[in-house]
Design a protein around this ligand. Structure first.
Ligand code: PLP
Length: 438
């Protein structure tokens, strides 16, 4: 990394640019003051456990904001997703042994996402089948999903993520899942505050699943430093998650257990941070939108586009990303853990942009590496528009067909999107990106 840094600082293309004295982050926590007040109150009143006013008020605030009846505060978004998947498993396979809720069941899952979307499928013994990504929102492709149901008509569960705060094509996906009688686990970890106004469904991300989860991880639009929430309109499901997440106690004077429990409940201290932060969600979304719009304008003259969304969507603009036109890609090779690229005039690539930005003390990130490309999921199914996405090349025939997720991973990058980044700092980031293409 340091060698790269020296290389860019002495590269004549970047002459005159000075490294940022303090780091410009991808997306870091933004505290306002109320967070500290709620945490202090919890400590002063000794509600320093997994019960207290901060938890109750945060649950109310999030449910109201999303237009949902119930929210259950948990340790993290991954725990919330696990509870979602476990509830789904109980419907699909009632009475299964712990950890075997999805044993023998295939589950369709977003492919270009963080692995936390997928892990809970494995916690419950299921077999993920990855569904390719579409180019209009960078989310699960409904055409590939329909194809997957054609190939595996018995599948009863779809785990869907909204990437970078951009709603997926919900009308199509909900329509397909209803047609095939499949449940939806909605991973809205990155998408709190994003809206979708469709003809089949409308509302905030987090209200579209049979079971939905949001995250308050430190880099999310609202943070508790960590934390997550299960959201639902089903009272029994909310009560079940409350029970499971606090070690599944039965109503007895002692600790009596009839089913497997988890220690997944949020702490009242974390809830204080998230409760205070939640007061600023609209402001955070506005700041993120301004960042996105400045990138869109500032990069307009380059052979790149910013991450797209549909007209029926209002994203929360959590991360701004770019996608380099194919004709402007210099050569870039990625191994499992390392990479190489060759700088070319008029061209660039994500790794060059990320290295250049990093050399000047700003943080970008590669696009989520699609799950079907991950070593851990090398043997898992992957479905594209015309069927099996694996083993597509033929030594005797040219071309190997579409893999939209792999292509976005190859040509895309997440840009510094911190809501404390000033327009002046962002102008420097935009300048650095321009110079990569010189
Ligand atoms: C798409 C997605 N799903 C799930 C998670 C998991 O959330 P958490 O980190 O709160 O467990 C994250 C982020 O961390 C995410 O980006």
């Amino acid at each position: 990394m340091d060698m790269n840094r020296e290389k860019y600082l002495s590269d004549p293309r970047f002459r005159g640019i000075k490294p940022f004295p303090s780091k410009v982050w991808l997306s870091s926590p933004t505290m306002h003051g109320e967070e500290m007040a709620y945490v202090t109150e919890a400590i002063e009143t000794n509600w320093v456990s997994t019960v207290g006013a901060n938890i109750n008020e945060l649950e109310k605030a999030v449910a109201d904001y999303l237009g949902m009846q119930y929210a259950v505060a948990l340790t993290c978004g991954t725990a919330a997703l696990h509870m979602c998947v476990k509830l789904a498993a109980e419907r699909i396979n009632p009475g299964a042994a712990p950890g075997n809720g999805l044993l023998g069941h295939r589950v369709f899952c977003s492919d270009m996402t963080f692995d936390a979307s997928v892990n809970p499928i494995l916690y419950e013994g299921g077999e993920p089948i990855f569904i390719d990504t579409e180019a209009d929102t960078w989310n699960m492709d409904p055409v590939s999903l329909e194809k997957a149901f054609e190939m595996y008509p018995d599948v009863k569960l779809v785990v869907l993520a909204h990437l970078y705060g951009v709603p997926a094509k919900m009308d199509e996906i909900v329509g397909i899942c209803r047609k095939h009688g499949a449940l939806i686990v909605e991973d809205a970890a990155e998408a709190m505050g994003a809206k979708y106004t469709g003809s089949v469904v409308s509302g905030m991300c987090g209200c579209f699943g049979d079971f939905s989860a949001v995250s308050f991880n430190g880099n999310k639009i609202i943070t508790g430093s960590s934390g997550g929430m299960f959201v639902t309109n089903d009272r029994a499901d909310a009560e079940k998650v409350r029970k499971w997440s606090t070690q599944s106690r039965e109503a007895a004077p002692w600790y009596q257990h009839e089913e497997l429990g988890y220690n997944y409940r949020m702490s009242n201290i974390i809830a204080g941070v998230a409760r205070g932060n939640m007061l600023h969600i609209d402001e955070h979304i506005r700041q993120k939108r301004e960042i996105y719009e400045r990138y869109r304008e500032g990069l307009r003259d380059l052979p790149v586009t910013v991450n797209p969304f549909e007209s029926k969507s209002t994203p929360n603009y959590w991360l701004s990303c770019l996608l380099i036109d194919e004709k402007a890609m210099c050569s870039q090779v990625r191994g499992d853990k390392d990479y190489m690229y060759e700088t070319e005039p008029g061209k660039s690539c994500p790794q060059e942009i990320l290295d250049a930005v990093s050399a000047f003390n700003a943080e970008g990130r590669p696009i989520w590496k699609p799950m079907h490309m991950q070593p851990i999921y090398r043997m898992s199914g992957f479905i594209v528009r015309d069927g099996n996405g694996r083993a597509r090349s033929n030594a005797y025939i040219a071309g190997d067909g579409a893999d939209i997720g792999a292509d976005i991973f190859r040509r895309g990058a997440c840009l510094p999107s911190d809501n404390k980044m000033t327009p002046e700092q962002q102008a420097v980031v935009i300048d650095i990106i321009h110079r990569c293409f010189e």
